[in-house]
Design a protein around this ligand. Structure first.
Ligand code: E4P
Length: 215
């Protein structure tokens, strides 16, 4: 399972990259807004900077919602760097656009996936990735990881080449469950990734080893 970081924060992207486990980056308009990245040119420049930091797939999200506008915006994003993956929302024009991008050699990540039906449509259109939002499903009172298991089964049975990119990660346990259930990629904020390091018995064991080494 690949690890992407889900942020537009350059310091956190650098930290995850230097940690040595990073395979790519996902962003969205809310994450760009959180970092104060505003204005078309600044946003494009920020994507370029991320591409220079990390040699892996970088998802850049369109903010258009009609076919023609999604194509125009997606072509501009894809031209920034060969590692850019155009992130397209799960709407009717988005699915049409994913098919167009696929036919024209531009890779896509279909975002805002909350059901197996949506993921099947995106896979049929040729999306490189689908992004099921497991944390937001949990927030609505369902188990988001169940969708990962269901998609893993369907994509395997159907032989889809689309990768399951588990998104909206809130905890280390989410990451572990996604690995167990067959997600190809997990995109997470830095904290749950670093949370995988922690176990109290490791801390106790290390403290004892260091004390014995001194003694
Ligand atoms: C990633 O592609 C998504 O945009 C992101 O994981 C959403 O996460 P959130 O539900 O924490 O906003």
């Amino acid at each position: 399972m690949k690890f992407f970081i889900d942020t537009a924060n350059l310091a956190q992207i650098k930290e995850a990259h230097e940690f040595g486990v990073l395979d790519g980056v996902t962003t969205n308009p809310s994450l760009m807004h959180k970092e104060g990245i505003k204005g078309h040119e600044n946003i494009l420049q920020h994507y370029k900077t991320i591409c220079e930091l990390v040699d892996g797939d970088i998802s850049a999200e369109v903010v258009s919602t009609t076919f023609d506008e999604i194509i125009k915006e997606g072509k501009e994003l894809a031209a920034l760097h060969p590692n850019i993956v155009v992130k397209v929302p799960m709407i009717k024009d988005g699915v049409k656009a994913i098919k167009w991008f696929t036919d024209n050699g531009i890779r896509t990540n279909c975002t805002l996936i909350f059901s197996a039906g949506q993921a099947i449509l995106a896979a049929k259109a040729g999306a490189a990735y689908v992004s099921p939002f497991i944390g937001r499903i949990d927030d609505s009172g369902w188990d988001g990881t169940e969708l990962i298991g269901q998609l893993s089964h369907i994509f395997n049975v159907q032989g889809y080449h689309t990768q399951i990119l588990a998104a909206s990660i809130r905890s280390p346990l989410h990451i572990i469950k996604c690995a167990e259930l067959g997600a190809h990629v997990v995109t997470s904020p830095l904290e749950p990734i670093l949370g995988l390091l922690k176990h109290p018995l490791t801390d106790l064991g290390l403290a004892k080893f260091l004390a014995d080494a001194k003694g």
